[in-house]
Design a protein around this ligand. Structure first.
Ligand code: SF4
Ligand code: SF4
Length: 442
């Protein structure tokens, strides 16, 4: 059978075997959580609590502050110890986080009220429940889900694509969820279909997870939900590449999936939607993988949002002596964290601890014009040129060459025999360009 895919991409070592057989465990509630008010793409939430307040699990502690923003909820029952400014791993600057210390004894979940069968709600009510629950894309992007479910006037959505590709090496949580929670995921898909008014959904799963393909097919039997098997290739799970592989639709440069009538949601998000809409549970916890040769034991865990990395690492026995770096996410798109006390975000799909051996690449040299980065780029860009223009601070020219279309997948850096770190310079150039444009100096 021909496997669906896209043009370009790379085949980094998958290393999924480190954690793929580990069943999902629930991490006991930690003694403290630090919940960023910026736990999503868009504007940070506004705090609703202050030092000394008592909070219960699921209580709203931060209110969305704009259309592209999301609510945040207490993930622990306890006392608010204050609002601290700590280094945000994605924004790379100190940002406000609500610190909650766990109360003694049993947890109070009285804010959680099950809603029952989703069919009693209208599409609009479902979007409202999802918004209220603070659901964001759990694949990593953290884009507020209710915004994706609210297409602008004149845009019609006819296809829902579910991302079960999990193309990022090392990470296995989506794989485990599809094996252990297939019915709940399928229910979440049906809720999303109802909210969008679409009659068709397709789950894309890479060919390296045949058991997940089987599990999801069984769970979706009799439903208008298909499972498509995708070629195992990075970045197969990137939104535009996934849409192309599954539907043949090309999202134009600068365009959005909804321009092509498509909405994409990750499998973990479907589970969160199911929990929120039918069980009334806001996004207070998520599944993640703890993996890499730099951890003593690997695991797939459900953890409370805001749990400190150190608490999670302690649970798996800690780091090895030869650990080189700890990432949020996997080795291709992950972000190196500077402190082990960094709290996990709603979009943290994994904690990957790599040894020096695992991160070793060629010593950076000059470009030899081999064009391997061009062949690998899934966005049809010329990474060597973007790198050059970025380093020369020729931002306008870089933008003309598609700088803002780069999805920061890292395929170019991975394949480059000269060790050129394109993604580093591209990310910096985007940041500078946005800052200049924001200041009116375009
Ligand atoms: S230029 Fe951007 S999109 Fe292209 S391979 Fe590099 S990181 Fe990926
Ligand atoms: S892969 Fe590296 S060496 Fe080859 S063209 Fe691209 S930047 Fe240059």
């Amino acid at each position: 059978m021909k496997l669906l895919t896209f043009k370009g991409g790379v085949h980094p070592p998958e290393r999924k075997e480190l954690a793929s057989s580990r069943k999902i465990e629930v991490l006991p509630p930690p003694s403290v959580v630090k919940i960023f008010l910026a736990n999503h793409g868009g504007a940070p939430a506004k705090p609703l609590v202050q030092e000394g307040d008592t909070v219960k699990v699921g209580q709203k502690i931060g209110e969305a502050s704009g259309f592209i923003s999301a609510n945040v909820h207490a993930s622990l029952a306890g006392v608010v110890r204050g609002i601290e400014k700590i280094l945000h791993p994605v924004q790379e600057k100190p940002m406000e986080a609500i610190v909650i210390e766990k109360a003694e004894g049993e947890e109070n979940w009285e804010f959680i009220t099950p809603h029952g069968d989703f069919n009693r709600f209208s599409p609009r009510e479902i979007v409202e429940l999802i918004k209220e629950a603070g659901i964001v894309g759990l694949g990593g992007a953290m884009f507020p889900t209710h915004v994706k479910l609210t297409p602008p006037e004149g845009k019609t959505i006819d296809l829902l694509i579910i991302n079960g590709a999990e193309c990022e090496p090392y990470l296995t949580i989506d794989h485990r969820l599809m094996l252990e929670k297939p019915k709940e995921i399928a229910r979440g898909i049906k809720i999303l279909m109802h909210a969008l008014g679409v009659k068709r959904a397709i789950i894309g799963i890479e060919s390296n997870k045949p058991d997940a393909v089987e599990s999801m097919r069984a769970a979706c039997q009799g439903e208008p939900i298909e499972v498509a098997v995708l070629k195992t290739k990075y970045p197969q799970g990137a939104e535009k590449q996934l849409i192309y592989a599954i539907s043949g639709r090309v999202v134009p440069a600068g365009g959005l999936p909804l321009d092509m009538g498509v909405v994409v949601q990750n499998v973990g998000t479907c589970l969160a939607v199911y929990n929120a809409v039918e069980h009334g549970i806001p996004l207070v916890e998520r599944g993640l993988t703890v993996t890499g040769k730099g951890v003593k034991n690997t695991a797939n865990l459900v953890v409370r949002i805001g749990t400190l990395t150190s608490t999670i690492l302690e649970h798996v026995g800690g780091l090895t002596d030869d650990v080189d770096r700890v990432l949020f996410g996997g080795p291709m798109m992950g972000i190196a964290i500077r402190s082990l006390d960094t709290p996990i975000l709603k979009g943290t799909s994994g904690i990957t601890a790599l040894t020096a051996d695992e991160v070793k690449g060629p010593t950076p040299r000059t470009c030899i014009r081999c064009s391997r980065c061009v062949e690998a780029c899934p966005m049809n860009l010329q990474p060597y040129l973007l790198d050059l223009l970025a380093k020369k601070r020729l931002y306008d020219q870089a933008v003309e060459q598609g700088l803002m279309d780069c999805i920061e997948c890292g395929s170019c850096s991975y394949i480059c025999p000269s060790g050129v770190e394109h993604v580093k310079s591209i990310k910096l150039a985007k940041k500078v360009y946005r800052a200049l444009r924001g200041g009116g100096k375009k």
